[in-house]
Structures are given as structure tokens and as C-alpha cells.
Design a protein around this ligand. Structure first.
Ligand SMILES: Cc1cc2nc3c(=O)[nH]c(=O)nc-3n(C[C@H](O)[C@H](O)[C@H](O)COP(=O)(O)OP(=O)(O)OC[C@H]3O[C@@H](n4cnc5c(N)ncnc54)[C@H](O)[C@@H]3O)c2cc1C
Length: 450
């Protein structure tokens, strides 16, 4: 607003707000950032740990609201088995605080550096055992957020449809600052490991994908090998040891990427390099999975350590109907081999997959209609990656793949609308009501949700 009584001499100019980052430390600060008269550059995008691979948490010409300073665990109710925490709390810190009271998250989620807000506003998925354990967002029973206009809004379990829209809303309906989640007593599962070729995996995967089993696997398409990690609940409580899980997580997510990055630098002949890389992957998975880890719980499996440096891994995830996966997995192996012959690009890390149970607790749930298998292609090699993800996207579309707005690269807007169908239209209506001026919509999300 221009102050009254000032003559416009041209000496004072109103500068447009500059793009930047706003790091609110309390609710008053957050509401000020979002209020209509705040002089901040638009659009506004909330960000947690920033581990999403797409531009869903980016605002190059506007303002990013960094929520990591909202990091208090407010209350753990051991009787009701709930936890209330701020949105910037890291999953690792939450897992540790719950474990101290013999509680755990419902579901097994790694990437413990991500924030609670990011893990609820975007799919945070893991190889859960049974139903309602694949997405962390399914456990939300209450949420507090600040809307695009700077107003505080509370959503509880009694507002079932609104809460369903808020889960996996990618920060388009407001910035979440506090959440209440259902948690549970620590439960032990047994972890069985098998290795097999892709044909044998294809024969058994129908059975595994529909059963009451937590399924995770590592796929080496150029070596025709699959390493399975199958989890079942145990009737009796055994002691579980965190050290083997720590070694496993460290081997898979730190040692392998670092070794492969070095080999990519020092070994110029692809055939020699890749043979060695695949042998190291096979040896690591064979050793850490089958020999070290026999049982666990969601605390030991997630790990509580917070990663300080980003792993620098490239990844893109597509989900496929579990009922088709016996065919998809063979087609994926052929696709990888054919792409390598044609382009000389291949992923050096094993692809990682897990079963996702059907879940209609969120309007934008990828498994709203049926159980899925999430398949994540992972690599440390940047050169050639962009072409690979384009080819992967074409492959996935042909096989009915379902993309995720935070984890899938190179998607086509038409195809995305088709896969999320009527639910996308309903979400757009809710979004337009809560944010008519599109303050929370960046160009990436506008492609899908305008
Ligand atoms: C190597 C690697 C492997 C991965 N593997 C998996 C995997 O196996 N399974 C899996 O599920 N994910 C995986 N991810 C993806 C990633 O962990 C998820 O995207 C995560 O849930 C995002 O959490 P974040 O805190 O980093 O959120 P960000 O990436 O910062 O944000 C994600 C989305 O949530 C929104 N958001 C963030 N905070 C808030 C808030 N407070 N209020 C409203 N909206 C908000 C953002 O605007 C954005 O749209 C992987 C990531 C990496 C880097």
C-alpha cells in the first residue's frame, strides 16, 4: 500500500519481491510468509528435506518455504498409540523417539533424512506387511496447515474426504506444520532371503504380490538375478539386533554407490567395468541379505541415522499393477538390455522394487484401485541418464505404469491425467477452492493440476 501524503517523486521505487527461501521458525512466521500482503515472490512451494526427484518442491522464480525448522516432537501418547509432531521433524528422529517408548511407525520406511511433512504430502512408501502399511500418510489422523492465503486450518479424521485430499497433496492445498499419526508397539518380523533368476521370480511373483507378506527385491537385469527380501510377522518376540541392519543399509546405500562412482571413473572399458559392478552388487546382496539379517522390526529396518550428505543417486520410480508384474519384470529386463545395446547407457545400481498394498486413504494414492509393485531404476551415472528416463517412460506407459509426482521423471501430462483419471479432476476442484490465485502452483505442478 502506498503511504498517504507522499508525492511520487520517482526517487523511491517499489521493488518486486526477489525469489528466495523463507525458513519460518514458528506458526506466526509461517502465516506471515503466506499471507496475501506478504511481499514474497510467487509461486510459493513448501519443502522438507528436498529429496523428491521432480520439481514438486522447487520454485525458481518464487519462494521456497523450508520447513526443517519446525522440528519438535510435541507429544507421544503411549496409551492411545499416537504421536503429534511438527512437519519438519526428520523420520529418523521420529523413529528414535518412538523406539525409546517401545513404539514404531506403521510400515517400514528408509530415507530417514526426509521430513514428516514431505513424507505425508508426497508418497512415502515401503515394503509394509499386510494392508494399510505401504504409505505413511495412511496413518495420519489429524493435520494442521496454513492455507495459500495465510489462514490456519485444522483437518481431523472426522473430515474423511478432506483428510483424504490433504494426504499426498504435494503442498498444493497448504503448508502442513503439525501432524498426528497412529503408531504401534514394536512388532518383530522375520526376514527371509532368496536369490533366483528373473524367469523363476516371474513365476512366483503373482503369489508373493497378493499374499500377506512384505516384499522387497533387488533386480540385476544384466545378470539375470533377483534378490528377494520377504518379511512375515513372527508369533513369538525374538531379540532383534540393529547392527546387521546398519551394515546392510550402509552396504546398499553408501558403499555400492561410492564404489561404482569410483569404478566408473577409473575403468574405461564398459564390458570389464560392468562385469565387475554386477559381481560386486551380487556379492553384496548375497552376503548382507542372506547371511546378516534374519529378523527385524520397523525401527531396525528403517535405521535412525541421519544422512548428512546426499547420496547423489539418480532414480526414477514407476508403479505397475501387481497382477501384471510377472510379465512386466521380464519386459523390464529386456528393455534394459535392448537400451544398453542401442544407447550404451545402463544403470549401474540394481533396480529396487517393493509391493504396495491397495490404499484408498488418499485421493491421489497411486494404488487407489489395486495393489502395485513400485520399481525404482537407480544409477550413479549422469551422462546418458536423461535419455534413459525418457525411454523408461515410454516403456512404463506401454505396460500401464503409474507415475508418482515426486519420484517419476519424464512423464507426459496426458498420460498422467489418464492414469489418475476422475480423481485428478476432483483434486483440481478442491485445489481451485483452496488456492484460487494459484499461489502454491509452480509450472511443474500446473501442468497437471491447473
Ligand atoms: C535415493 C533416493 C531413494 C528414494 N527412495 C524412495 C523409496 O524407496 N520410497 C519412497 O517413498 N520415496 C523414496 N524417495 C523419495 C523421497 O524420499 C520422498 O519424495 C520423500 O517422501 C520426500 O520427503 P522430503 O522431506 O524430502 O520432501 P520434499 O522432497 O522436500 O517434498 C516432497 C513434496 O512434499 C511437499 N512438502 C514438503 N513438506 C511439506 C509441508 N510441510 N507441507 C506441505 N507440503 C510439503 C513438497 O512441496 C513436495 O511437493 C527416495 C529419494 C531418494 C533421493
Amino acid at each position: 500500500m502506498k503511504p498517504q501524503g507522499f508525492r511520487d517523486t520517482g526517487r523511491f521505487v517499489h521493488r518486486p519481491a526477489r525469489p528466495g527461501i523463507c525458513t519460518p521458525t514458528n506458526l506466526a512466521h509461517l502465516t506471515r510468509c503466506l499471507s496475501h500482503d506478504a511481499n514474497i515472490a510467487l509461486p510459493v512451494r513448501p519443502r522438507g528435506a528436498g529429496t523428491a526427484v521432480t520439481d514438486c518442491s522447487v520454485s525458481t522464480s518464487g519462494t521456497v518455504i523450508d520447513m526443517t525448522r519446525f522440528d519438535r516432537i510435541i507429544h507421544i501418547d503411549t496409551h492411545e498409540q499416537t504421536v503429534t509432531a511438527e512437519a519438519g521433524v526428520r523420520l529418523g528422529a521420529l523413529v528414535a523417539a518412538l523406539a525409546a517408548k517401545d513404539l514404531e511407525l506403521v510400515g517400514s520406511f528408509d530415507q530417514t533424512e526426509r521430513t514428516l511433512g514431505g513424507a505425508l504430502a508426497a508418497p512415502c512408501m515401503g515394503p509394509g506387511i499386510g494392508d494399510h502399511t505401504s504409505f505413511l500418510s495412511a496413518q495420519v489422523i489429524g493435520m494442521k496447515l496454513v492455507t495459500a492465503g495465510g489462514k490456519v486450518m485444522r483437518v481431523s479424521e472426522t473430515q474423511k474426504h478432506l483428510l483424504g485430499a490433504m494426504r499426498l497433496s504435494y503442498g498444493m492445498l497448504g503448508v502442513i506444520y503439525e501432524v498426528t499419526l497412529r503408531v504401534r508397539s514394536i512388532s518383530t518380523f522375520s526376514a527371509n532371503h532368496r536369490s533366483m533368476n528373473i524367469e523363476t521370480f516371474a513365476q512366483v511373483c503373482d503369489r508373493l504380490a497378493s499374499g500377506n507378506v512384505g516384499l522387497k527385491f533387488y533386480l540385476l537385469p544384466y545378470r539375470d538375478q533377483v534378490y528377494l527380501d520377504l518379511r512375515h510377522y513372527e508369533n513369538s518376540q525374538h531379540s532383534t539386533f540393529p547392527i546387521p541392519w546398519r551394515i546392510k543399509n550402509w552396504g546398499e546405500s553408501t558403499v555400492l554407490p561410492n564404489v561404482f562412482k569410483s569404478l566408473n571413473r577409473v575403468l574405461p572399458i564398459p564390458s570389464v567395468r560392468y562385469r565387475l559392478i554386477d559381481s560386486i552388487s551380487a556379492a553384496t546382496h548375497g552376503l548382507v541379505n542372506s547371511r546378516l539379517v534374519r529378523n527385524g522390526n520397523n525401527v531396525t529396518a528403517s535405521g535412525q541415522r541421519r544422512r548428512r550428505k546426499s547420496r547423489g543417486l539418480l532414480y526414477s520410480t514407476w508403479c505397475f499393477p501387481a497382477s501384471d508384474f510377472s510379465l512386466v519384470v521380464k519386459a523390464y529386463a529386456n528393455f534394459c538390455q535392448e537400451t544398453f545395446l542401442r544407447t550404451t547407457y545402463r544403470c549401474d545400481m540394481p533396480a529396487v522394487g517393493h509391493r504396495i498394498a491397495r490404499d484408498c486413504s488418499a485421493l491421489l494414492s497411486p494404488s487407489f484401485d489395486e495393489p502395485l509393485i513400485a520399481l525404482q531404476s537407480v544409477s550413479t551415472q549422469r551422462r546418458g541418464w536423461d535419455g534413459f528416463v525418457l525411454d523408461l517412460s515410454e516403456f512404463a506407459e506401454n505396460w500401464g505404469g503409474i507415475p508418482l509426482f515426486n519420484q517419476t521423471l519424464a512423464t507426459r501430462a496426458d498420460y498422467v491425467s489418464q492414469t489418475y483419471a476422475g480423481r485428478m479432476e476432483l483434486f483440481r476442484k478442491i485445489r481451485r477452492q483452496l488456492d484460487p490465485r494459484k499461489r502454491l502452483l509452480n509450472p511443474f505442478l500446473a501442468r497437471h493440476f491447473e
